[in-house]
Write a protein that binds this ligand. Sequence first.
Ligand SMILES: [Zn+2]
Ligand SMILES: [Zn+2]
Length: 109
Amino acid sequence: MFWKLGLFLDERLESLRRVIQALGEDRAASRQQRQALAQFRCHVCGRKATRPYVAPDQPELSPEERKDYNRPGDLSTCKRCGKYACSRHIYRYKGELICKSCGQDILKG
Ligand SMILES: [Zn+2]
Ligand SMILES: [Zn+2]
């Protein structure tokens, strides 16, 4: 009876240890991932990317594996100059994504 309870507690502790370990790894990874994302900025206002690019649903990949921290999820690439711009500084122009500064060039132009 008592040995069974002991075994049960051991298992509980072991799974708790695994959870804590996973959390620690997650935090360490996310700091690196944030640093990777911070290199991507809107070239108009300097806003940093905060979210990774997420690939479309693929059955063989977990939600975490679909995230690509080498690509920003909340910045778009300007079709004209190729630079990143945030949602406030990118516009759809004739079906293409154009940043604010290129938009001004086009209007002047
Ligand atoms: Zn911006
Ligand atoms: Zn542009």
